[in-house]
Design a binder for this molecule. Structure first.
Ligand code: ATP
Ligand code: HMH
Length: 329
């Protein structure tokens, strides 16, 4: 029974979201909600909120390696979730560490672009990212990321799938090209259905049905899903199908309660602990939330609607060069 199992140690290697909805902050919540002990190595500091990304700072590569080694020199690692990697140098350092440490289970979320449209990976780093894929047991691209990987694997520049069948086709191509399991996700497709499917390198497809929850608060769903799967696959002794099925059920519960949190003015986070709080009798009758920033501006109550580009003076990494796009939701 699960009560006698040892607690699994799960490491997130990812970027940050100071508003807590995506990246490492989401991963740690997803790992805890999934019954694991969460650890985190920061690949990139990201000044972002529910509306978009303002700036990215990538720490020096030796410092990244020092963080990774500090964990693996001391703590047993049962699973690793890899998220935002920012550039080819970061990918190289993470790949070298994976080769040295050989963690038993690795989930790679090939993060490229935030839901707001902001780049989280240098476009020229896609080749390096593809080189990392064989070191993962599962990759969890969203549809735009899947299209990039499928294009690089020989599908041409087809663009993101606009049907579930096309998504499965791309997932099969990527799975067989890289010898890796691919979780195809319909989150970005229009319509009521949001299935996921686990596609094996041999082309076997296990589908997990889903029905869309009407909410704009979907920030960090991909991060949370991949971290949740990493946790459950470690708990369930490498059973990817069970891990994906259980994590989807948990994410559904967390998405269904996202509007009770309603953090920020853009696309807010899911409620990672909705099930736990409900069972513990916490906040079962949510009142209207006051989760928007109000500046100390003499009581005018101005909300934190920073205009696009207003943070241009912030010291940032290479990813911050382009103009901002407004959040898609
Ligand atoms: N509105 C929704 N209702 C139900 N499930 C959803 C909804 N939105 C996303 N999901 C589920 O969340 C998971 C992640 O979806 P998706 O592929 O859209 O993530 P993503 O683009 O990687 O997320 P992000 O970049 O915000 O972290 C999938 O299992 C998907 O089915
Ligand atoms: C750090 C980080 N990783 C991933 C995403 C994609 O949701 C994000 N917005 N931020």
């Amino acid at each position: 029974m699960s009560r006698q199992q040892r607690i699994v140690n799960v490491l997130s290697v990812a970027g940050t979201d100071p508003t807590g909805g995506a990246g490492i902050q989401a991963d740690l919540k997803a790992i805890a909600a999934g019954g694991g002990y969460g650890m985190a190595v920061v690949t990139a500091l990201v000044a972002q909120n529910t509306r978009g990304v303002r700036a990215v700072h990538v720490p020096p590569i030796p410092f990244l390696t020092a963080q990774l080694d500090a964990v693996s020199d001391d703590v047993r690692i049962d699973a690793v979730k890899i998220g935002m990697l920012a550039n080819a140098e970061v990918i190289g350092a993470v790949a070298a560490w994976l080769r040295r440490v050989r963690p038993p289970l690795v989930v790679l979320d090939p993060v490229m672009i935030a839901a707001s449209g902001d780049a989280l990976l240098d476009p020229e780093a896609v080749t390096a990212l593809r080189g990392l894929i064989p070191q993962a047991g599962l990759i969890t691209p969203n549809l735009p990321e899947l299209a990039v990987l499928a294009g690089a694997a020989g599908a041409g520049a087809a663009g993101p799938a606009d049907t579930w069948e096309a998504a499965l086709e791309q997932a099969r191509l990527v799975a067989s090209a890289h010898g890796v399991r691919v979780l195809a996700k319909a989150g970005h497709l229009p319509g009521e259905r949001t299935p996921d499917a686990l596609v094996t390198p041999e082309g076997d497809t296990i589908e997990f049905p889903g029905v869309r929850i009407a909410t704009r608060n979907t920030h960090g769903t991909g991060c949370s899903l991949s971290a949740g799967i990493a946790t459950r696959v470690a708990r369930h002794g490498g059973d990817w199908v069970r891990a994906a099925r259980e994590t989807k059920a948990w994410l559904r519960e967390s998405l269904a309660a996202a509007d009770t949190l309603d953090v920020g003015g853009g696309s807010g986070p899911v409620h990672h602990f909705a099930g736990l709080w409900a069972r513990g009798g916490l906040h079962t009758a949510p009142e209207a939330q006051q989760n928007r920033a109000v500046r100390g501006d003499g009581g005018a109550g101005r909300r934190d609607d920073q205009p696009a580009g207003a943070a241009a003076e912030v010291t940032v990494g290479r990813l911050d060069a382009g103009p901002r796009r407004s959040p898609s939701q």
